[in-house]
Design a protein around this ligand. Sequence first.
Ligand code: AMP
Ligand code: MG
Length: 706
Amino acid sequence: MRPFDTFVVVDWSAKKEPSPKRPSPDAIWVGVARLGSEDVACDYHRTRHEAMQSLIALVSDERGAGRRVLLGFDFPFGYPRGFARIVTGGDDPLAIWAALAERIKDHPNNANNRFDVAEDLNRLCPGIGPFWGCPPGRATPDLPARGTLRRDHGLPERRGVEQSLPTTQPCWKLFTTGSVGSQALLGLPRLQILRQRFGDEVAVAPFQSHDRPIVLAEVWPSLLRVAIADLRQPHEILDRAQVRVLAGAMSRLPPETLNAMLRAGDKEEGTILGVSDAEALHAAAMGGPARLSPPPLSSDCFALPRGVDWTPVDETLALLRERLSPVTGVTRCAVIEAAGRVLAQDVIALRSNPPLPNTAVDGYGFAGGKGEGVHRMPLTAGRAAAGDRPGAVAPGRAVRILTGAALPEGVDTVVLQEDVTLQGDQIAFRGPIKPGANTRAAGEDVAKGAVALKRGTRVGPAEAALLAAVGVREVALHAALRVAVISTGAELVEAAAAAGPGQIFDANRPMLLEIVRRLGHVPVDMGIVPDDRVVLSARLDRAAVEADLILTSGGASAGDEDHVSALLKQAGAMTLWRIAVKPGRPLALGFWSGVPVFGLPGNPVAAMTCALIFARPAMARLAGEPWPEPQGFDVPAGFTKTKKPGRSEFLRARINAGRVEVFPSEGSGRVSGLSWADGLVELPHGAADISPGTPVRYIPFGSFGL
Ligand code: AMP
Ligand code: MG
């Protein structure tokens, strides 16, 4: 059986008139998700008639294109055991659908006869009931207004599936909150029409085997209420969020899991899709397999536009920014595990901060502002301190109140204790005091339901505080980006090892590993590789398994001993980006076994500059963070330089007495200059004539996240 292609979730409505023109709650909402796509289309319909026409058109189109469709509706598909026999003489739940289709009249404007039908059905049953609830004045002995007026009808109050879900509404209830009974009475006849229209192509789960191209299933969005609270967009209508999140979740369920859900459940009463495996449904809503392992980068993402020779720095950055996307998986974790990690989804405040209006100072609280002049007020006994939930304060009275205390009922303004004279059980102070003075409104910091933190945010100390303040306990996090660092060159030896003449110590690896660590990623040390393609190729193989990104230094140009670029070229996916930058030489960008490789220049100064300018934002993107722009400052130059146009230059620099000075040598091998510097001066692509006092752009290393 091939998997479904299209997933439709319908939030049904039993309204007796059309819903407002403007999309609103409690109307019919339809969410349509498609296999492999993250987008869910959401539609709003004012009447059942209009919604069904649109659904029939959708299903016809899908069938015309040879696609399988799963449609979920949020009302019961069956009734408690025994009801089918009373109405139809047998236990086939689909026979009730036919029986209801014969009785229900539901007009294009939503006017309908559901209470009459319920009354007729009640007459078929012994005693009074089981249906109940109707508008005032509609009640009769056979259709009571209240559930407690029913007796001896002999039917269970709830289906088996509802007994395990106490917040579901029983299907006998026709009026007010939920009115699930009315939804089913008006919904099942519409589904019966779908069955007739599409004949043998339709199966109803779990009553029929679901190996058909169109499958109908009962859904209940509240199964996902935690995920929906988490994923609901600011100001999004709840019904819309429900169909959107549920349809998306269904589209991300592994097919075997979904099939098992469609098979599960009672064959007479029916079931709610997903109760058999609510955890899998939740996981699918929160990301599912599609997002747990994000799609790989396209192998041509490092291709340069044809005819490009020297790419300016800005263009290089724009190309990388456009083409790189997050590569790390996503998991849900407790907030305490979030420190240092990147949020994979917007975090919605589960509670307002502050949760209640409270006082910002120690003082005395009362109602309303006070005009000019002296005011005297009697004090109420007791006091309100932080953590208290004090009683009401009578009009005209004041209460002692301490910083952070929730405002008692009857208090909206606070006067500072320093401005008050206490005389027995009276206070006196001088106006004017504005209404609301010295108080904080509930939610003035963050309102419940608002986005507290955007996805892509790395959780630092401030974010940890905010997550705690808005009551969030669990968040979706990107796995840390693992970055392999390899040094290449026959001349290199491990720092502190014995070095022969002609050998040098590997300076780049310790530097790059520390940059990776400071930027919040996980450094993976892959050692030194001599200039030997077999060894390098084996090392790249290992790095591709152990890391999400590989940084190499050395051997990146096009010379005889430039094996990094030679191997990447052999592997088929490499571009030598000739970037118009000093220090820099070419940057080799490519893929090894699907893992991106940044081939940095060997000179330590060039390696560090290129790591900060190019690899740093690329790593942020791959890790799920937004593209970072280093914050630079215009500072008067403390040096003289004439720069030719045609490339950007980065000079090792530091601030001295309000001016920025640069390292005396521009030599790219001068490692000591890196440590001498506190940042870089960036000279843009064009020509520049700099003398002492000319403003230049200084970027402290701190702005690069170091
Ligand atoms: P390459 O890019 O391999 O041509 O190297 C350029 C220059 O950088 C040469 O002088 C190398 O010896 C030097 N170099 C390459 N890798 C390192 C390293 N890991 N540490 C220090 N110097 C290096
Ligand atoms: Mg080399």
